[in-house]
Design a protein around this ligand. Structure first.
Ligand code: G3P
Ligand code: CA
Length: 268
């Protein structure tokens, strides 16, 4: 690591590139990972879903419509759900042109491809399990891919991987499958419910809009499943003023489309 990357490594709050550096490159593509790396950003967030033939791919929406040219390539396949397309079909799609001509030809990556690229840059992965109700058993599959790619060894598990979801059941399942893996629950549970979440998660990751210093302090007061104070990573903070505000609340991480803007705001 360069001295700058090493310093960033231990600085708080962590700055996490949402869907990659998605203000500057098409979200959830390898180009967005590369852009985060070029900005010196360690943490990359993504969204994982499953194709009809069981491949894990990285895409936010449950439909391919918004971020690919699927309507042109497969005009008769509305509503263009990820789960209704094979991996080979999805691999044909352009996932970059919608963002800008410079990214024409960018692809929807498989989870393997995405993890390889994050590893190549020596970055860290905040992996979101998206819509797990649509994909029974996806937690076990994700754990298998991470294991096959070498991401479940002690070095990765200790400080380079967090698995999160809006589904508490999904987070709990990951914890049960691989108790060593650090996990996060996306949402803002009532403080009274936090002990129940702390039985299977390390982080409570709320939207920043209605976040308060009091809530952050309340979360920090509980110990997470690995015995350390529950952490708070908030999303999606894209301007300097909001970044300073939530940093002032003492959050542990800020998930952002514009990691350079947030870093400048909170380290400046
Ligand atoms: O990482 C948190 C954030 O990504 C959750 O919202 O809709 O962007 O996946 P969303
Ligand atoms: Ca996400």
């Amino acid at each position: 690591l360069s001295p700058a990357r090493a310093a960033e490594d231990s600085a708080r709050p962590l700055v996490m590139a949402h869907r990659g550096a998605s203000a500057y490159a098409p979200e959830n593509t390898l180009a967005a990972v590369d852009r985060a790396a070029a900005l010196g950003v360690d943490w990359v967030e993504n969204d994982v879903q499953r194709t009809r033939d069981g491949e894990l791919v990285v895409l936010h929406d449950d439909s391919l419509q918004r971020t690919t040219d699927v309507e042109e390539v497969f005009p008769d396949r509305a509503p263009w759900k990820v789960k209704d397309f094979t991996a080979a079909e999805i691999a044909r799609l352009d996932a970059g042109s919608w963002f800008g001509p410079a990214y024409a030809g960018a692809r929807v990556p498989t989870l393997e491809q995405f993890v390889h690229r994050v590893e190549r840059h020596r970055q860290k992965l905040l992996l979101e399990i998206k819509n797990p109700r649509l994909y029974p058993g996806i937690e076990r599959q994700i754990v298998k891919v991470l294991g096959d790619e070498g991401w479940l060894d002690r070095r990765h598990v200790r400080d380079r991987l967090i698995v999160q979801s809006f589904s508490a059941d999904s987070v709990r399942t990951v914890h049960d499958l691989r108790p060593a893996v650090k996990t996060g629950f996306l949402g803002t549970p009532p403080v009274a419910d936090l002990p129940a979440y702390a039985a299977f998660t390390d982080q409570i990751n709320p939207s920043y809009g209605s976040l308060t210093a009091g809530y952050v302090a309340a979360v920090h007061a509980f110990k997470g499943v690995h015995g350390k104070p529950l952490e708070v990573c908030t999303w999606t903070v894209n301007d300097a003023a909001a970044a300073r505000r939530v940093a002032g609340f003492g959050v542990d991480g800020i998930i952002t489309n514009a990691p350079d803007v947030v870093r400048d705001a909170v380290r400046g």
